[in-house]
Design a protein around this ligand. Structure first.
Ligand code: PLP
Length: 376
């Protein structure tokens, strides 16, 4: 991106940027990547980090270089952005629907190994037809609903129907099962989370065993997120982990597990101070608030509110914060924060050293680039 105006920020200190700005502390992100990679390596499990968190091929590359076997994505467009950048073993941990997306994914699969979650015969038929037309082979995992009540087959019988159909189709390669236990991430009590997660995995393996009894083996069984990564590592049968948020950390995930530091922040400017209330220029259009409010990093302050363009924080009377200062906010939820921005300011040693794009935002940027869709 030689003409990217954001690059003018390279060389500036992290507090000297136009705000709100998305900051990626690469030193901390590398440390988080190493911590997770080391944990999974010691457990003898594969790690396939979820790139919906960062949507940045540069970060995916760091994760693969640190030992990840490939990456997970939420959308076909994220997958294509990763393949285009040379990351070539992708799990789309979600159903891919819609003719342009399926066609684009089938074509991109010629350049990489792609596996997609499926939960219906109709979707399998569409994937198969597109793979045959593109001259590629799409791998599939049956998605099992393990308690989220989102995507996924609802019973082992339904899983068997989908699996039998998958093995019968041209252009489709059967690879196994996936059961993302997202409902467990919403359980703040660790003991209850462990119990719920155990139940979810029991159900997943009842399905896996039911398929095996019919002669359909699962080479891959994928599950888990940041809030359950250690449980997946300790599980005797799950083969790979699809955690994503650990690379950045945010208020929500930080409340679930220790051991990872905050690598992603939003830089904001103090617009005014009124007693103990400080008003910042980053609101909901600049920082994701799903599941938890953002919180200031490195200063004594509590978040009072987050409006569209403002965040209010309360500071002690002794705080030196004043008009024109900058504050960094840890996101309430990292993935929806990243999606608000087109660029990361990459920080090393406290200074901007690079600008990285956020790819496939809203799922469809790549579609527009590839001429497959339109966006207003
Ligand atoms: C299917 C799936 N897998 C994995 C994850 C990763 O979770 P986390 O970002 O909490 O690590 C998510 C998160 O929403 C998900 O939807």
């Amino acid at each position: 991106m030689p003409d990217d105006p954001y690059r003018a920020a390279i060389g500036r200190s992290r507090s000297e940027l136009e705000t709100p700005a998305l900051l990626l502390d690469l030193d901390i992100a590398r440390q988080n990547i190493a911590v997770m990679a080391g944990h999974m390596e010691r457990a003898g499990k594969s790690l396939r980090p979820h790139t919906k968190t960062h949507k940045a091929p540069q970060i995916a590359r760091l994760q693969v270089d640190a030992g990840a076997i490939g990456v997970s994505t939420a959308t076909a467009w994220e997958a294509i952005a990763m393949i285009d950048a040379g990351v070539d073993d992708i799990l789309v941990a979600n159903e891919v629907v819609g003719p342009s997306r399926i066609r684009a994914l089938a074509e991109a699969t010629r350049d990489g190994r792609v596996t997609v979650a499926v939960d219906s015969a109709a979707n399998l038929d569409d994937l198969s037809a597109a793979a045959v037309a593109a001259g590629s082979v799409i791998g599939v995992l049956v998605e099992v609903d393990v308690g989220m009540n989102r995507g996924g087959v609802r019973s082992k019988e339904e899983a068997l129907d989908v699996a039998r159909h998958a093995v019968s189709l041209p252009g489709i390669e059967w690879r196994g099962a996936m059961g993302y236990e997202g409902h467990c991430m919403l359980e703040p009590d660790r003991a209850l989370r462990v119990t719920k997660q155990g139940k979810a995995m029991t159900h997943l393996f009842e399905v896996v065993d039911h398929l095996a009894a019919d002669g359909i083996d699962c080479e891959i069984v994928s599950a888990g997120g940041t809030g359950t990564y250690d449980l997946i590592a300790a599980h005797p049968r799950v083969t790979e982990l699809q955690a994503g948020s650990y690379v950045f950390m945010d208020a929500f995930h930080g409340s679930l597990i220790p051991g990872f530091d905050v690598a992603l922040t939003v830089l904001a400017t103090v617009m005014g101070r009124h007693g103990d209330r400080v008003i910042l220029d980053a609101g909901r259009k600049g920082v994701g608030i799903d599941l938890m409010l953002p919180s200031p990093v490195g200063i004594e302050a509590t978040t009072a509110f987050v409006d569209e363009e403002h965040t209010g924080i309360d500071v002690p009377a002794s705080s030196p914060l004043r008009y024109g200062d900058t504050v960094e906010l840890m996101a309430g939820y990292g993935p929806t924060t990243v999606n608000l921005y087109g660029r990361y300011h990459v920080i090393e040693g406290g200074v901007v050293t690079d600008i990285w794009p956020v790819m496939a935002r809203y799922g469809s940027d790549t579609a527009v680039e590839k001429g497959a869709g339109t966006r207003v």
